[in-house]
Ligand binder design. Structure first.
Ligand SMILES: *[C@@H]1O[C@H](CO)[C@@H](O)[C@H](O)[C@H]1NC(C)=O
Ligand SMILES: *[C@@H]1O[C@H](CO)[C@@H](O)[C@H](O)[C@H]1NC(C)=O
Ligand SMILES: *[C@@H]1O[C@H](CO)[C@@H](O)[C@H](O)[C@H]1NC(C)=O
Ligand SMILES: *[C@@H]1O[C@H](CO)[C@@H](O)[C@H](O)[C@H]1NC(C)=O
Length: 468
């Protein structure tokens, strides 16, 4: 294929001919509106209660290790949320004492109501892939400085171990308190507890933990502030500012909800609503991350969060996130949650409705994992990639256009007999050298038995890599 500037180059999505293509002009050099996108832009936020299931207790969880390692442009960064409820110095081995509420149809894998951990619990971070950056949190809700101090000491002990140092597994961030804006509503603080009280308590904890962790101004470990459930409060409580976000909360779903999730205008709306927070954080010189996010609360919606369309949502959401100035997106994961990218252990009951599974489900990846793989390939390993949203997205390494990606966000259901397609005409603009050829990779969505849907496979994502 030979390209020349400002000329129709090729038809990207074959299929039913549509009258007139969609013209997309790709700048050959990154304009000022392009944004940096990090190799570990896709990160994970792990529900803390069953952390040992993710990491492995006595040896590494091979499945989780491999699924992280596959995203090998790494750094993977993992954020472990829900700060430890209590610490028992007697629990030396990798044991956590957990209590769970009863499972229900809508919440087959509830979060633990009580977590007691010891030193061995934090030490299993040594089972993560090399270079993983980890963010832990301590409890502010319980308002027990001694408990949080003991947790911080235990975390320090783990990350100072020779094994973690050799593998460059680092404690990148410490968070004090999870979703503190909810404290006056969930019983952790009296009604009327306000932001000045929060900051003062945060400072007391931060002072103490700085000491427990031996943090100095040159340490890798920094405090990450915020971690609010809602937007609109930005406090200078760390060097990274965190928000949490879901596109809604639905315990049951349907096709319309899936299409809503994937629709570009909704994806934009759900991210641009954080624009003011991002602007304030950036003005104060803070990095801004989406610290806990996924499709819908309720640990995901059956038939929506766990299907192929969710992979398309994930890809668009994480890439658009970079375009609006979010440095990293931590997709929330828990054992048996419906919106997981990865299910790292055997599940004895259905994540969809809690029914007993015989035989049990072995560890597996879910559709959204494909989005992480595609994003890793699109971002590449240059460490200096920039992204620009067009109709799709263009990727630049340094000053050079290297890749472009297009997503078909129109849901296609089993009941649909024909699928429409979009014809894209690519052209270039700018003074730089035009690519001489390109390779194209597609994500095809197949039926569970491996057959393409309808009469042909359906390319839902197209990644073009340019060659010169
Ligand atoms: C931190 O808190 C613990 C527990 O209350 C206390 O023993 C320790 O002296 C405190 N350290 C600092 C530096 O405040
Ligand atoms: C605070 O935590 C410590 C250490 O776990 C514990 O011994 C103590 O009883 C706790 N205090 C309260 C008031 O719960
Ligand atoms: C927060 O509450 C405290 C204690 O009631 C009060 O002294 C302070 O003025 C309040 N601050 C703000 C900003 O409302
Ligand atoms: C977020 O996305 C959902 C659909 O997933 C949509 O219903 C909602 O309106 C969107 N919110 C905003 C602020 O755009």
């Amino acid at each position: 294929m030979v390209f020349s500037k400002a000329q129709t180059l090729f038809t990207l999505v074959a299929g039913v001919a549509t009258a007139g293509g969609l013209g997309v002009t790709v700048p050959l050099a990154p304009p000022s509106t392009s944004k940096p996108i990090a190799g570990d832009h896709v990160s994970f936020s792990l529900e803390q209660d069953r952390w040992l299931d993710w990491s492995g207790s006595n040896s590494r969880n091979e499945f989780f290790f491999n699924t992280l390692d596959n995203l090998k442009q790494l750094f993977v960064s993992a954020r472990i949320v829900r700060t430890a409820q209590d610490f028992n110095p007697g629990l030396q081995s990798a044991v956590a004492q957990l209590q769970f509420p009863a499972a229900t149809k809508n919440v087959p894998y509830p979060e633990a109501s009580s977590i007691v951990v010891g030193d061995g619990y934090f030490a299993t971070a040594r089972f993560l892939p090399k270079n993983t950056r980890v963010i832990w949190g301590v409890n502010l809700g319980a308002n027990n400085l001694t408990s949080s101090y003991l947790v911080a000491q235990s975390i320090a002990k783990a990350f100072n171990s020779p094994e973690m140092k050799d593998d460059r597994i680092v404690l990148d961030g410490m968070i004090i308190g999870n979703e503190p804006d909810l404290f006056p509503n969930n019983g952790h603080r009296a009604p009327g507890w306000n932001v000045s009280q929060y900051i003062s308590e945060w400072q007391t904890f931060a002072g103490n933990i700085t000491n427990a962790l031996g943090i100095t101004s040159s340490s890798t470990t920094k405090f990450w502030g915020g971690a609010f459930a809602g937007s609109g409060v930005v406090c200078s409580t760390g060097v990274v500012y965190i928000d949490h976000a879901y596109s809604g909360s639905f315990c049951e779903g349907n096709g319309a909800l899936l299409q809503d999730l994937m629709t570009k205008a909704n994806i934009r709306g759900n991210l641009t609503r954080f624009g003011p927070d991002i602007a304030v954080a950036r003005d104060r010189g803070l990095d801004y991350v989406m610290g806990e996010t996924n499709s819908f609360a309720c640990h995901g919606t059956p038939g929506v969060s766990n299907v192929a369309g969710a992979a398309l949502w994930t890809l668009d959401y994480l890439l658009y996130g970079a375009q609006v100035g979010i440095s990293r997106i931590f997709f929330h994961q828990g054992i048996g949650f419906k919106y997981n990218l990865i299910q790292p252990v055997v599940l004895a009951r259905s994540p969809v409705d809690g029914s007993p599974l015989s035989p049990p489900l072995p560890p597996h990846i879910q559709p959204q994992y494909y989005a992480a793989i595609i994003a890793a390939e699109a971002i590449g390993s240059s460490g200096q990639t920039r992204i620009l949203e067009l109709t799709g997205y263009a990727f630049y390494e340094g000053d050079i256009l290297v890749r472009a990606l297009f997503i078909n966000s129109l849901a296609f259901f089993k009941k649909d007999s024909t699928r429409t397609s979009v014809h894209i005409d690519l052209a270039f603009t700018g003074a730089a050298t035009t690519p001489s050829s390109a390779t194209v990779k597609c994500l095809s969505i197949l039926l569970p038995d491996g057959r393409p849907r309808g009469s042909r496979s359906l390319e839902s994502v197209i990644l073009v890599s340019f060659k010169r």
